[in-house]
Design a protein around this ligand. Structure first.
Ligand code: KG4
Ligand code: ZN
Length: 339
């Protein structure tokens, strides 16, 4: 079965063709990062318009790369949320047009669940369950008990900024390009992670929840002085920036790994699966490897960490097998949906 997966939740127009849920025939990602760079984050209206401009050519590229015709596609899978309302509308309407025009079924896919599924896709039938699922992206930070695909219990999530969002905001303060995560990782390589004792927040009565906004403010005050704002000139010298990047990254990842260890014990996890854009970070991977020596860790394969259409198509295939098709009339954007 050939599934066309469409992903437009944020700033990537991504379309992939996946066979039987796991075999990736094409995985085309059109990133808008350069359009949003001057804003230091995603500008929703710019994102919507760019999806409109890019979606048809992205489809053509995905078909060409897979060497299939539109008429060969058996199912359309589209990310229905969470995400930005305008970008979601572009993807969903495009998907509905295809499903009606081709007279084939459609399924709506949860973007957070798809980040988890990207790990299943990369390690078919090898992941012992229950697993602790960790989603670390620009929009989400979550610890999830994964009993099976589509059977989850949310254990903890961020109460304010997501992990990737905190990286992007701290990068902006350090005058690094957007998206900031990879630049912080690079700068941190030469920095001292214990020079500045930053600490990620804790959430009263919710020990597995996250709070990263105070961490970002601590970096701001260090750079520009206590109670200052973003527009005040920096007080620190250029060479301190690598230590700030390393210390920030250390505090964010220590917090995530500590909470992940507690969450894994709580649900008696037999493995840990980690997905989302931040899972590309090699320092994060080494922190997890040091903390989890008794159960295996599973990461997405190359091309499946950042937003992509393959994870949408793959999960869509599974949902279609278990629950059948969606009614196109009721398939609408769900900007704030959780798992
Ligand atoms: O999963 P993703 O593509 O989009 C969302 O669903 O949000 O994740 C994008 C996020 C951005 O915030 C980006 O800065 C972050 O992932 N990211 C990283 C790295 N690569 C991407 N963060 C830390 N280290 C990295 N190497
Ligand atoms: Zn994502």
């Amino acid at each position: 079965m050939l599934v066309l997966g469409i992903e437009t939740t944020c700033d990537e127009t991504a379309i992939a063709i996946v066979e039987n849920g796991v075999s990736i025939r094409s995985n085309v990602v059109h990133s808008q990062a350069n359009l949003h760079a001057s804003f230091g984050g995603v500008f929703p209206e710019v994102a919507s318009r760019s999806h409109v401009d890019a979606i048809a050519t992205t489809l053509e590229e995905a078909l060409d790369e897979a060497e299939v015709a539109l008429s060969d596609i058996n199912l359309i899978a589209v990310a229905e949320g969470p995400g930005l309302i305008g970008p979601l509308m572009v993807g969903i309407h495009f998907a509905k047009g295809l499903c009606l025009g081709l007279d084939i079924p459609i399924v709506g896919v949860n973007h957070i669940e798809a980040h988890l599924y990207s790990v299943f896709m990369s390690h078919e039938n090898k992941i012992p369950l229950p697993a602790l699922g960790v989603v670390l992206s620009g929009g989400h930070t979550a610890l999830i008990e994964v009993k099976a695909i589509s059977n989850y219990v949310m254990l903890g999530q961020t109460q304010d900024d997501a992990c990737g969002e905190a990286f992007d905001k701290v990068a902006q303060l350090l005058e690094l390009p957007y998206p900031g995560g990879p630049h912080i990782e690079e700068l941190a390589k030469t920095g001292n992670p214990s020079r500045f004792p930053f600490k990620a927040g804790s959430v009263k009565n919710h020990p597995l929840d996250f709070s990263f906004s105070g961490l970002k403010t601590a970096v701001l005050y260090l750079l520009k002085g206590q109670n200052s704002s973003k527009n005040i000139p920096q007080k620190i010298v250029e060479s301190d920036k690598k230590d700030i990047a390393a210390s920030f990254q250390h505090s964010a990842f220590s917090d995530i790994v500590n909470k992940a260890v507690k969450a894994a014990a709580l649900c008696n996890a037999k493995s840990v699966i980690i997905g989302g854009g931040v899972s590309q970070n090699q320092t994060l991977r080494s922190y997890f490897s040091s903390a989890f020596t008794n159960i295996p860790l599973f990461w997405p394969q190359q091309g499946l960490s950042l937003d992509n259409g393959a994870m949408i198509a793959g999960l869509g295939y599974n949902l279609f097998q278990t629950k059948g098709a969606a009614d196109p009339a009721t398939l609408v954007p769900k900007p704030r949906i959780l798992l």
